[in-house]
Design a protein. Sequence first.
Lengths: 188, 487
Amino acid sequence: VTSRALALVALLALAPGAHAAFVDLDASELGGNTVDVADLGPGVLGIDPDFTTAAPMQLVIVLEPEDPVPLEWNSLVDNLTGEAWSAFSIEVSGAILAVGSRRANGGEIASLSASSQAALLEFDPLESAGFDLGAPFGMGANWTLTPSGDGPLLLRLAPVPVPETGTLASLGLGLAALTRWRRRSALS
Amino acid sequence: VARSISRRSFLRGGATLLAAPAALQALAARRAHAGRPRALASPVASPYGEPVLQRDLTTGLELIALPPDFTYRTLLWTGDPMSDGSESPANPDGMAVVQVVPGRAGDLILIRNHELSIGRRIGTSSTPIYDPTPIGPNGIGGGTTTLTFRRGELVDSQASLAGTAINCAGGPTPWGSWLTCEETINDGTVFRSLVHGFVFEVPAPSLGPASAVPITDMGLMKHEAAAVDPRTGFVYETEDATGHSGFYRFRPNDTNGRVGSLEAGGVLEMLRVVGQDGADLREPLPGDVHTVDWVPIGEPGYLPPEAEGQILYDGPSGPYAQGLDLGGATFHRLEGCWYDAGSIWFTDTTGGANGNGVVWRYEPSGDPAAPGMLEAFFVAESAAASNNIDNLTVSPRGGILCCEDGGTADGVRLVGFTRDGASFPFAINQVRLTGGVPGKPGIAALDYRSFEWAGACFDPSGRWLFANLYRPGITLAITGPWARGPL
C-alpha cells in the first residue's frame, strides 16, 4: 500500500514542467463523456475517461519530435453509466499498440485479445464500476503506443454495455412483431 | 390534532453531502418524483430482478444473493489483520463514506462502528481512546475503524477510536467526519469507568485523529444514528430505547461545520407534534402527516435515578423524560437516520401496528423556529414487506435502502423502496459457513443467515454500495447496473 502511494506521489511530482505528448481535446470526440489527462513525466500520459454514456470516445494524441517513443500511458476508466459492461474495446490508428497491465474494479477480466491495432477486454462477471489499465499506481506495466507514421495518433475507447433483461425482452418482442409483419406482408 | 399539509415530492434533485466529480452531478439530477406512502403486506418484485446466490470475488464463497449482473467483494472479516497491525474488530455496524480523497485515484474513506461492550480494546496503543478503564484483562471494547477503498480494493485499514461502548450507528458530516453513537446508558459506577451514552466525532485521517471527547450536549441516551442537515448544520438524532424513544435536533453553538465544532456544545431539542402534546407515534398509519416543532432539553446529560448503577438500563432516558414533560412525541425504537435533499429520513424498527417497522420523513420548514412536517412514508404490514428495518441510507440517485434486523431464518435482507414507496428485496444474507472458512480461524462454523445487515451506504458516485454483515462481521463492496432501478 505504502509503496503504491509513494510511487503515485513520485509520478505526480514529475509532472510540473515535464515534457510529454498531449491529448488534443479540441480535436477529440468524447461522445458526451469526459476525460482527464495528466502529464506523468517524459513520454508518459495518464488518460482517465469517465463514461456517463455508452458512446465511444476518440482521442487525438499529439507527439512532438523530442518525445520519447514508445509513448507510455495508463488509464483509470470509470463506468458512470449505471449499466454493466460485458466488454471494452480499444482501437488505435497511426500507432502500434502494446498491451500492459489491467485490473477490473467491480467485475473480473475474463479475457484480453489484442493485435497491433486493437484490444478487447471481456468481463465475466460484468463490470459496472470501471477498470485500470497500465500502472497508474506504480505497480505493473503501462500500455504503449509506437507511432507508425507522421499522422496523428488516434485512440478509440468504446464500452460494450449489456442490455438489461427488460430491454432484451422488448427487443425480442420487437423482432417477433417485425417477423410477423414481414410474413403478413409477404402473404398479402 | 394532526393536520394535513401539502405533500411535496418524494425525492428531489439536490447536492450530495460529499463533493462529487462534476460528471456525477447528472446522477443526482436523475431523481424521480412523488409517490404515495404505502402499507404493504408483501414486497413487490425487485426492479433489478430476483436476487440470486452469487460468489464473493475475493474468497470465491457464495455469501449473498444479489440481482443479476451485480457483483461484490468482501473487504474485511472479523479477525483479519488491519494495516495498523491490529485485528478487524467484530460486530461492524453503522458506517458511511465520509470523504473522497482529492487526487487521481479518488480514494474513498469509510468509517465503521463496532458495537462491542466489554472485551479486548480495539486498535493499538496509539489509537485514540476515550475510556481506558481496565476491566480484568480487558476494557471497554467498542469503537471505530477507518478504511480506505481504492477502485475496488481495500488499501488501508486502521482503528480510529477505542474505549467507547456499543457503537451502534451514527452518521457522516458534510465536513469529512463520522459521528459515532453509543447505544447505552451507563454511569460507570459498576466498572468504575467513565460515563457512556454519548456521541463522538471521528474525522477522516487527513483531518487529524479523533479527539475522543464526548459531545455531551448531544445527550446521554441510547443513541442510534445521526444526520446533519448541511443547510443549517443541525444534527438530527434517533434514540433506540424500547417503547420510549425520542427524535431529537441538536443546534450547535458553532455552525461553522468543521472537525470539533460540535464539541463547542449547543441546544438539544425533542420533536413534538403541534397541538398534540405527548403524541404517541408508535403505531402510525401510512401517510400520516403531522405538523411538528421542537421542545428544549434543559439538561441533556441528565441521568435518571433509575439508571444509576445499571449497565443494561433500557428505561426512559433523561432527555426523553424532559422532552415528554414538555409535550414531546414518543416513538417505539428509532434506528437509522439519513439526510437527503432537504429531508431527514429515519426508521422505527418496531413501529407500526404489527411492529415490523416504519420509515418516517421529516421535512424542516426552512425557518428553524417554524414548524416542520413529519410523514409516515412507509409502514410495514408484515415481516415479508420488511422485517424490522434498521439502518437506512439514500443513494445518490435518491433511492432509499434499509437494512433489516429481523431474524429471518432463511436470509435477512437489504430492502429497497420503489419511487412510490413499495419495498422490494435487493440483497439477501446467505452466509452459511457450517464448514468454517479456510484461513479465517476466528470465524465460527455457523449458519449466519438470520443475522442483520448494517451500515449500508453509497459512495458519492453511486457506483458502490458498502454494507456490513453484522455477524460474522464482514464488510462488503457491491456494484452493478444501478440505473435499472431506483437505487
